[in-house]
Design a protein around this ligand. Structure first.
Ligand SMILES: CC(C)(COP(=O)(O)OP(=O)(O)OC[C@H]1O[C@@H](n2cnc3c(N)ncnc32)[C@H](O)[C@@H]1OP(=O)(O)O)[C@@H](O)C(=O)NCCC(=O)NCCS
Length: 185
């Protein structure tokens, strides 16, 4: 591994504290997680509304873990089941200047949908930036045709604010979307 990549990874691990919920550990994603992450990053159902292209092989996931993820300034976590340390999803939260709020998102292996895991993880990310980084305003967007994500936002306390839209990075697809927000004192 090159020295620059190594330094970036160190910084990523340092700014990603290990957090706990009732059933999950939120922790940095490591190269050992590549196979587990490939399961959802290669799944059409999971990525239908994502701005990036579906992942075609584990090497692309390794590039994301080794290069892309450590370069971002987001707080990004992998979500692992406490009972067996299996990585079932990931999420991130970051301050968006244009909204003056902390924007967050999440992805989950479809085998684990419908068990409240995304809500449990999202609430913990919110709690962390609220308590440790002084965050008070939160926002998130989901595709109108992806209501499960909107339900997660509602369960986290966010409320619908306005309709919006977003496009994939390659510009080939545009999704109608709903923008949610929340202010905490
Ligand atoms: C969105 C996603 C993260 C939800 O994960 P999850 O762990 O199943 O979420 P939870 O179990 O915490 O909550 C899901 C809620 O949506 C509801 N839901 C599921 N499908 C729904 C639908 N078609 N319409 C309305 N609500 C729906 C569930 O009933 C549940 O609400 P409830 O607890 O009130 O019953 C998961 O489906 C996913 O990874 N989807 C693909 C990636 C994605 O869309 N990420 C978000 C991008 S903005």
């Amino acid at each position: 591994m090159g020295i620059l990549r190594w330094i970036r990874q160190k910084k990523y691990y340092k700014r990603t504290p290990v957090l706990e919920t009732e059933r999950l550990i939120l922790r940095p994603i490591t190269p050992e997680d590549a196979e587990a992450a490939f399961v959802w990053l290669s799944d059409e159902r999971v990525n239908k509304f994502m701005p990036y292209n579906i992942y075609k092989n584990v090497d692309e996931v390794l590039y994301w873990i080794n290069v892309s993820l450590p370069k971002t300034k987001d707080c990004s976590w992998g979500f692992a089941l406490k009972e067996n340390n299996v990585l079932i999803g990931s999420g991130s939260i970051k301050f968006k200047e244009n909204y003056n709020a902390w924007n967050f998102g999440y992805n989950l292996n479809s085998d684990y949908w419908g068990n409240g895991y995304a809500t449990e993880a999202a609430k913990r990310m919110i709690e962390y930036v609220y308590e440790e980084l002084g965050a008070r305003d939160f926002c998130a967007t989901h595709a109108t045709d992806n209501p499960a994500s909107g339900r997660v936002l509602e369960k986290c306390g966010l409320v619908f604010d306005h309709y919006d839209e977003y496009s994939t990075f390659d510009g080939k697809q545009t999704f109608k979307a709903k923008f949610y927000k929340m202010h905490l004192d």
